[in-house]
Design a protein around this ligand. Sequence first.
Ligand SMILES: Cc1cc2nc3c(=O)[nH]c(=O)nc-3n(C[C@H](O)[C@H](O)[C@H](O)COP(=O)(O)OP(=O)(O)OC[C@H]3O[C@@H](n4cnc5c(N)ncnc54)[C@H](O)[C@@H]3O)c2cc1C
Length: 373
Amino acid sequence: MTYSIIGAGIGGLSTALAFESAGIDYQLFERAPVLKKVGAGIWLAPNALQVLQDVQSEGNAINRISLCQADLTPISDNFQDSILKRFGYSTVAIHRAKLQQLLYDKIPDEKKFLGKSFESFGLHSDGKIDIHFTDNTMHQTDYLIGADGIHSNVRKQLFPNSQLRYSGQTCWRGVANIKLQQEFQLRGMELWGNQIRFGLSKLSDNAVYWFAVALDNANQNDQSDVKEKLLNMFESFHPLVNQLISATHKDEILRNDILDLMPMNKWYDNAICLIGDAAHATTPNMGQGGAQAIEDAFYLCKCIQQHPDKNAFELFQQKRKSKVNTIVKQSWNTGKMAHWKHGQSFRNLLIKSIPKRLLEKKMMEMYRIDADF
Ligand SMILES: Cc1cc2nc3c(=O)[nH]c(=O)nc-3n(C[C@H](O)[C@H](O)[C@H](O)COP(=O)(O)OP(=O)(O)OC[C@H]3O[C@@H](n4cnc5c(N)ncnc54)[C@H](O)[C@@H]3O)c2cc1C
């Protein structure tokens, strides 16, 4: 039985690696003709790192995640010592391109195909699936895994009624080529101002990942004055913010409207299954979208490997859906709360008053991987 994976993003690559270790027959198809060197950073949470163990040493480990006011006055601090003790990992910040390359290099050449853009699938009466690519080639497979991201074409054909929702927020990301002062080097930080916010963390000695989020900028794709716009927007923040924006090349600032996918009843139909953002894209407010795609890879592989007599896709969905839906909902609500127009001081007090034990319990639940499943 052979599996064809569409999309060599975080989820597709992690699935290919899991299949490779488990001895499951697969091919991986990616539409990009070459792996892009561009991109910004990503925070990989301990649940992701328990699956992709050797990535940790390639990024910058963070032992404290701080939520602050615009001037860096703390609102809440989440120290990761107990997380590290329990799971062996704290959160790691890494450049996306580096992460992708690391995973890609571990997959044998004969199993990965670049420049293959999925167009449609066709079903045979004997259960086989034809995959049609935009270059007019075709590949036949037993199972199809759609790991082609939030705008998934596999999903559009399989579940044409699926719907993306715009959060009302837009995110800019960049990597500044400067050395971050010592006191911030092991921290992930998010600063909340008046309906705008800014996050940052060290990636490596001379590189700092940052992101900026604001309301109502949908579809404003003109990037010509992006730097001036951001510098003005964050003028009242701690000077570190504009220092980072200034130290980033204008052409390397990425812009995305923040969307998620309305939770779907089913992620699979017969021999076709969606994973990662294709199945359950979430807003980035909890830094969990990539981690959930990586968890999908882990559990999908386990379902196929350990339960060959059962419907692996149904088992996979049963195992994953509740956790994923909780994250999608919580992340959406966190994003809304971050941009409250009124009651910002009250909101900050409310966050401050959340008992540490409760926060820690929630983190433990989110980061837990069920290795014996
Ligand atoms: C602003 C922002 C910040 C984020 N920060 C974080 C973070 O800090 N931590 C975290 O865990 N997550 C974060 N995320 C979420 C994370 O990026 C996604 O959840 C994750 O990339 C999903 O992985 P995926 O493999 O499902 O999709 P993707 O990584 O999007 O990969 C999809 C792949 O499919 C390919 N593809 C698409 N269409 C086709 C086709 N027709 N044929 C063949 N190939 C195709 C694409 O080229 C791509 O390589 C963030 C997201 C955003 C928008």
